[in-house]
Design a protein around this ligand. Structure first.
Ligand code: AHR
Length: 657
């Protein structure tokens, strides 16, 4: 008996070993089109979290430029000897609700260096040697008499750039004056000092400093390196402005798009909800200036060839925080905001909001095709509000596709309830959010295989594998999380008739100012890098293909058998077959692909992403340790074979002839 058990175990062991070393043959049915892959399939989720906008992609270097933070001088230090009243914060709330505060400086026969203010930037200011910087300020004065000396200071307190400004003119109207100057050294954490010389009283507001190497060289624009990461993804859509930012901690701090367009000094600032959300990661200086507002978001999507996907507040604040709701009978203005946004994006210049867009510099419509109502909202209160929005929007704009929220989690009673109700409503697209351990992502590679093939489509709107647990500060963007996402995404791609959009979240994080980890792209004041998770996303988005075709292992979809996960598409435009395979095993393996229904060209490429260990990460100093490597592959005896490294994600592209 014992001998039998021993022999059986030995046979099993030998079989397993044989399986591991044998070249697996996958069958690809290149002429069996299963689904179209939506051009919007792989996109970007943008939110001002982790200093993603202010202090991040929005290139403004001065923090609290208009003195509107709770503490009006937060970010500023007063310099020199002064008497009471020499430097004052004034509040003109009655006259200007959007931008009430300004700084009054009284200078009495002062020499340069006697009285000044210094701004610390967002965790310092990233300054590049030789680059030109644009300083500007709004001011008013009874008569000229105060000269401004600007100095960029490095950590050793040396001056690395300077200029002078002689504010001209007088009177009660606010004026703007600018000066540009070159920096003489590179510095991660510079500061900007403004010294006042002469005699007089001058009021200052909107004190601003921008680098000139912004995206497309737009004055007051975005950090080019950060936009480039997005452009390189060739994303199908950009979802903005969030995220929980949309909901607000309470309704007062919800995102209101109309407050984010037009002159910068008229965009009313509010606190960023991530300022105080996590006790373990407080960020007391986190506010939303809205310098990056809805016009800029639309412009960004257009620049990088993505569809705009704005998400609007549905009359509910974050249900995790205050759960404030607007009474149904007072929902009108919220719905109107949604209707007006569609007119702003798409209306011709004779419409009220189309005219506003034209005046901002974009007469051509942005051609917005979809919009989200609510972020992570759920329950009966959400459904009744969503119905009001849906009725009003569909009545006026039947072609706009609406994204509805399935709530916070991708499973459980709450999810099942929302999923059923939204499907009953025949919701266009349902937004599912998945933050879970890597195991969940592997297991859910087959999640959509059994979803209904008709009715509502799915937007996998926020996902990220958590190496520790959701909102843990210990989460890392390590290779294990990324490879598990790759496995999950093969499932999304295989089910492209059900899943029409997907985006990783959150997108950006500043190394000195984050609240939430993991994140797809990390930055400091001068540098940025893509995580392994970024490269997984990029390998899907830049190898999308137009149509899904089956890739099978022993006649079954490849959803984890022997550690393999796979999907395949063809690209009708380039006439290529694109196969994506995850080898989630510690063995290097040769995969063979028996491709039916087409002949193949003799040469193709294998792009492979792998790492030295599952714990491996990229860093600012080693930004590309884990990054895709491309090698040529060729057919041997008419057979398509690829060597798959241990724990690797691979994309094969080859011509169909
Ligand atoms: O991506 C970070 C946050 O996660 C988003 O703001 C929110 O929608 C989700 O809970």
């Amino acid at each position: 008996m014992k001998k039998d058990i021993f022999l059986n175990s030995l046979t099993a062991l030998l079989l397993i070993t044989a399986v591991n070393v044998r070249a697996q043959t996958f069958t690809v049915k290149a002429n069996q089109i299963k689904a179209e892959v939506s051009p919007t399939m792989w996109g970007v989720f943008f939110e001002d979290i982790n200093m993603g906008a202010d202090g991040g992609i929005y290139a403004e270097l001065v923090k609290n430029r208009s003195f509107e933070f709770f503490k009006p001088l937060m970010g500023w230090t007063l310099q020199g000897k002064r008497n009471d009243g020499d430097i004052l914060i004034l509040n003109r709330e009655e006259a200007n609700r959007a931008n009430p505060r300004f700084l009054r400086v009284k200078v009495d026969n002062k020499a340069k260096g006697a009285l000044g203010i210094t701004n610390e930037g967002f965790r310092g200011m990233g300054i590049k040697s030789g680059l030109k910087y644009d300083f500007s300020v709004m001011y008013r004065q009874a008569s000229p008499g105060v000269k401004l000396h600007l100095e960029l200071i490095n950590e050793k307190k040396e001056v690395i750039g300077k200029a002078e400004l002689n504010p001209s003119g007088s009177g009660s109207d606010w004026k703007k004056q600018s000066v540009s100057f070159n920096a003489t050294a590179t510095e991660q954490k510079a500061k900007l000092s403004i010294w006042f010389e002469g005699s007089g009283v001058i009021d200052l507001d909107m004190v601003s400093l921008f680098p000139t190497d912004t995206w497309k060289g737009r004055p007051g624009g975005m950090r080019a390196d950060m936009v480039q990461w997005l452009a390189d993804l060739k994303p199908g859509f950009v979802r903005f402005p969030g995220g929980c930012i949309v909901e607000g901690h309470d309704l007062a701090t919800r995102y209101r798009w109309k407050n984010t367009i037009g002159p910068l000094d008229e965009r009313e600032q509010i606190i960023n909800r991530w300022n105080f959300e996590f006790k373990h990661r407080p960020t007391p200086d986190y506010f939303q200036t809205f310098g990056l507002g809805f016009y800029e978001y639309f412009q960004l999507t257009e620049d990088i060839g993505a569809e705009p996907l704005p998400i609007l507040n549905c009359g509910m604040a974050c249900q995790f925080n205050t759960a404030e709701v607007v009474p149904l009978e007072q929902l009108g203005p919220y719905v109107q905001d949604a209707l007006d946004l569609i007119e702003f994006a798409n209306g011709d210049v004779t419409t009220k909001w189309g005219k506003v867009r034209a005046e901002l510099g974009h007469p051509k419509p942005f051609n917005m095709k979809m919009m989200g109502v609510g972020n992570e909202n759920y329950g009966p209160q959400y459904l009744e509000r969503l119905k009001v929005f849906t009725k009003a929007i569909k009545a006026k704009y039947p072609d706009i596709k609406l994204i509805s929220s399935a709530g916070l989690f991708p499973s459980g009673e709450g999810f099942d309830f929302m999923n059923a109700e939204l499907r009953k409503m025949n919701a266009d697209i349902i937004d599912e959010h998945s933050y879970a351990r890597p195991d969940w992502f592997f297991e859910n590679a087959s999640r959509y295989d059994n979803y209904p093939r008709t009715g509502s489509k799915v937007f996998s709107g926020e996902y990220a594998a958590q190496s520790d647990r959701m909102v843990s500060v210990n989460n890392k963007n390590n290779w294990q999380t990324a490879i598990s996402e790759a496995a999950f995404l093969t499932g999304l791609e295989r089910n492209a008739d059900v899943v029409v959009m997907a985006s990783y979240a959150p997108l950006f994080a500043h190394i000195d100012g984050w609240q939430w980890t993991p994140d797809m792209i990390w930055v400091d004041n001068l540098r940025s890098y893509g995580t392994p998770n970024y490269y997984v996303q990029k390998m899907f988005s830049t190898n999308r293909g137009t149509n899904v075709v089956p890739v099978l292992l022993n006649d079954k979809s490849v959803t984890g058998q022997e550690g393999y996960y796979a999907s395949a598409t063809i690209d009708k435009g380039t006439k290529e077959l694109i196969i994506k395979v995850v080898n989630n095993s510690d063995k290097s393996r040769t995969a063979e692909f028996a491709v039916e229904g087409t002949s193949l060209g003799s040469k193709g490429t294998l792009t492979s992403l792998t790492a030295g260990s599952l714990e491996a990460v990229n860093t600012l100093d080693k930004p590309a340790d884990i990054s895709p490597q491309q090698t040529p592959i060729s057919l041997k005896n008419k057979k398509l074979k690829a060597n798959l490294a241990p724990y690797s994600f691979n994309v094969i592209r080859i011509k169909m002839i």
